[in-house]
Design a protein around this ligand. Structure first.
Ligand code: CAP
Ligand code: MG
Length: 431
């Protein structure tokens, strides 16, 4: 019988990956009646050079660039992708390969792209973060604690004037940054350009009074040409960051904006809204640690990474893995969660912890992350019984207590803003 399928040609358990191969780890579950080899052959074939049936002719070079499934451990498969399959500097193409059609193959019931170890020759074609952790700490002149920020809440509803006033209160309470919410871009009552102008005035005022560097993550998310205009406005008004919702705008626009913002000497705050559409369920989709990896490659300086104790999903093991991928120069492999990664010239980036945090959770988050992070406490300051500025002060007090290894309750005896925060929220872990 003429051979109809050739998926098994993409399996070789004797294959030893080359230094220049991209090495991917997938979790997979074959559909009923499908063997593991039928499944892994399909994953390797459909994500590289194959198709469903044997072909009349094959170019010789195909052999050099086809993916090879070389190791299977339970429901995990390691697949090597020769460098020649990929266009250097092109993240969308990488995703179209290793995170494309394979998610829809009938023969595979569940599939999850866990991580990809990228070779130096591939990494070299990307810029990575413009400032990174070191550059941002130098900019703020803050070294002994996490960078602190807050989003005006309610998420959307303030006009530009009110927004800037909340920003001023946040800065005066001791926070470094004021962040736009992920779904605030430009509305008829809070026009982007008006907000930039008013926020710059309030920032200058707060800097003058406090003597500290103050900045903002103002959301430029929109069509790419418009994002370029908004980036220019932020630069003209002296802001160091632009915020981008990197999943909804896509990796191509992140790469474009890395170039534009890089020319301005600016940094990117990456909000990850929509990530839970594909990273939440452990049997199918793409992990947040891989999303964080490609966004760092594309050039974001910081990206949300979860809290483990707040209102959104992501347990401690996942949160720490994402933080490692972002901060470590040489990432060590960890269980079937992350692969080794030498980041080469790419600068370390900040994990951003946010979502349901308040002063009572500061010790938990510091215990998980240490100080090398950006901590966003939004509802957790604007909901303080004495308002935004007191909420920010309470958060600073909780940080001081944690650093001095004094319990919050003890510290609250002599710090009223913290006391009031604990009276309202205690150590609540919001859902
Ligand atoms: C947090 C937040 C952030 C989430 C995003 C919100 O506000 O502004 O968008 O942290 O989730 O809109 O919920 P609160 P993640 O501090 O008031 O909860 O950080 O997991 O990407
Ligand atoms: Mg938000």
């Amino acid at each position: 019988m003429k051979k109809v399928e050739w998926y098994h040609d993409f399996i070789d358990r004797k294959y030893k990956p080359k230094k220049t191969d991209l090495k991917a780890l997938f979790y997979f579950e074959p559909s009923a009646g499908v063997s593991k080899d039928d499944a892994i052959g399909r994953i390797a074939s459909e994500s590289s050079t194959g198709t469903w049936t044997t072909l009349y002719e094959l170019p010789k070079r195909m052999k050099e660039i086809m993916a090879i499934a070389y190791k299977v451990e339970d429901n995990f498969v390691h697949i090597a992708y020769p460098l020649g399959l990929w266009e250097k500097g092109n993240i969308p193409q990488l995703l179209s390969g290793i995170a494309g059609n394979i998610f829809g193959m009938k023969a595979i019931k569940n599939l999850r792209l866990v991580d990809v170890s990228l070779p130096e020759e591939y990494i070299r074609s990307f810029k990575g973060p413009n400032l990174g952790i070191e550059g941002l700490r130098k900019y703020f002149k803050v070294y002994d604690r996490p960078l602190l920020g807050a989003v005006p809440k309610p998420k959307v509803g303030f006009d530009a004037e009110e927004h800037a006033k909340i920003g001023f209160e946040t800065w005066m309470g001791g926070f470094d940054c004021v962040k736009d919410d992920e779904n605030l871009t430009s509305t008829n009552f809070n026009n982007f350009y008006k907000r930039v102008q008013l926020m710059s005035k309030m920032r200058d005022r707060a800097e003058k009074i406090t003597g500290e560097v103050k900045d903002a993550f103002i959301n430029i998310t929109s069509e790419t040409e418009e994002m370029k205009k908004r980036a220019k406005a932020l630069h003209n008004y002296g802001f160091k960051y632009a915020m981008i919702d990197v999943v909804t705008t896509g990796t191509a626009s992140v790469q474009t904006m890395r170039n534009v913002l890089g020319d301005y000497g600016m940094a990117i705050h990456a909000h990850r809204a929509m990530h839970s559409a594909f990273d939440r369920y452990e049997k199918h989709g793409i992990t947040m640690q891989f999303l964080a990896k490609i966004m760092k490659l594309a050039g974001v300086d910081q990206i949300h990474s979860g809290t483990a104790v707040g209102k959104l999903v992501g347990d401690k093991e996942e949160v720490v893995s994402i933080a490692n991928v972002l901060r470590e120069k040489n990432v060590k492999p960890y269980k079937k969660i992350i692969l080794e990664q030498d980041w080469g010239h790419i600068k370390p980036a900040f994990p951003v912890t946010s979502g349901g945090l308040h002063p009572g959770l500061v010790p938990d988050v510091m215990d998980i992350y240490g100080k090398e992070m950006v901590m966003l406490v939004s509802g957790g300051i604007h909901g303080h019984p004495n308002g935004t500025r007191a909420g920010a002060i309470a958060t600073r007090q909780a940080l001081e207590a944690t650093k001095k290894k004094i319990s919050l309750e003890e510290y609250a005896r002599t710090h009223k803003e913290l006391k009031q925060a604990l009276e309202k929220w205690g150590r609540l872990k919001p859902k």
